[in-house]
Design a protein around this ligand. Structure first.
Ligand SMILES: C[S@@+](CC[C@H](N)C(=O)[O-])C[C@H]1O[C@@H](n2cnc3c(N)ncnc32)[C@H](O)[C@@H]1O
Length: 326
């Protein structure tokens, strides 16, 4: 794969239009994910805040419309930081925090890498080359199955690290630090056949969840997850994965990396005013959740997620808010 940080939407579309459609799908609304930002409105029809992101709007002559934050113009970066608190975390910080999660899980430090400093003092890390060993009572399969969620994920730097989202620096596969990267490393080290690798790669993707408000960042997060799959397949087997396998992964991604207002557990801006009858006068009021500021009690479109390990497929689909109620 080209060592570029801007994943090319034309390449995905030309590879398979269905895969591209799946990566744009919102499984809650059964429509496409939408922009949920006004940043593109100047480009004309179809780029409005509430419009769906369509393949024709981000491919061909529009190929450079969706770009990672680090390649966006400075003024746009500042506006997004002001309006949506969009400030991305450097890879070395994601690494240090992911290391802490692993330290708790493995019961020892520096499992995947050890933190270092560059000659100029910038924090960095070096990958440990030896295969990962597992503590007594835990196996590599337990590690792959352990569920993780990146909240307000932006371009999902805690999950995947093809590039440093703050500097744009490309990160080679052996040095990647995301939660998906760690699981894929473990799978590559412990499987032999393509069947076994594919089964566990799917488990890894099913175990990782993330949500984000803005449609462009969400798509970049999904694309990074998608691209990582073929990266690791090539790394392990030296060939391309079959299209069917890629389609399965795209489908999992379309469920697990989703668009949501994390303060309300609904599709962004989907709450409707309610009409209240106050002493015979009909008055428009914000919905209960919007009025009292609580996370539950919103009347917007409740976001659906899939718990892949429930046996009955229909029972797998639950509202995200039901997880909080538990
Ligand atoms: C500080 S950035 C963090 C992104 C990423 N997790 C990282 O560490 O680099 C915050 C992200 O939260 C998103 N965001 C802001 N408010 C949100 C909300 N209510 N629900 C979901 N995402 C939100 C923004 O669009 C932005 O991408």
């Amino acid at each position: 794969m080209a060592e570029t940080i801007d994943i090319n939407e034309d390449l995905i579309l030309n590879y398979d239009a269905d895969v591209f459609d799946t990566l744009l799908r919102d499984q809650t609304t059964q429509r496409n994910i939408f922009w949920a930002t006004s940043d593109y409105e100047g480009l004309g029809e179809g780029f409005e805040y509430n419009s769906p992101i369509l393949p024709k709007l981000i491919t061909g002559k529009h190929i450079r419309v969706i770009r990672p934050r680090t390649l966006k113009a400075r003024e746009l970066q500042s506006a997004r930081a002001r309006e949506m608190a969009e400030v991305f975390t450097p890879s070395w910080v994601c690494n240090a925090q992911n290391n802490l999660i692993d330290e708790a899980w493995f019961g020892r430090k520096d499992v995947f890498n050890h933190e270092t400093k560059l000659y100029d003092g910038t924090p960095s890390w070096e990958a440990n080359p030896e295969p990962i060993t597992f503590p007594k009572g835990k196996t590599w399969k337990d590690y792959v199955l352990d569920t993780r969620l990146e909240m307000t994920c932006g371009e999902a730097p805690y999950l995947v690290s093809i590039y440093d989202t703050t500097t744009g620096e490309y990160i080679p596969i052996e040095r990647r630090i995301g939660l998906l990267d760690r699981k894929m490393r473990v799978i590559c080290e412990n499987t032999k056949s393509t069947e076994e690798w594919l089964k566990w790669a799917q488990e890894a993707y099913k175990s990782l969840y993330a949500f984000e408000w803005q449609g462009d960042s969400l798509l970049l997060a999904r694309e990074a997850m998608y691209d990582s799959f073929a990266d690791y397949y090539r790394y392990k087997f030296g060939t391309e994965p079959l299209k069917e396998s890629v389609k399965d992964i795209a489908y999992i991604i379309s469920w697990n990396i989703f668009q949501m207002d994390g303060l309300k557990c609904v599709i962004p801006n989907s709450c409707e005013p309610e009409t209240e009858d106050l002493f015979g006068n009909k008055v428009k009021q914000p919905c209960k959740g919007c009025k009292d500021g609580s996370i539950l009690g919103h009347n917007g479109i409740a976001v659906l997620v899939r718990d892949w390990h429930v046996k009955d497929e229909e029972a797998q689909v639950i509202t995200f808010s039901s997880l909080l109620k538990k």
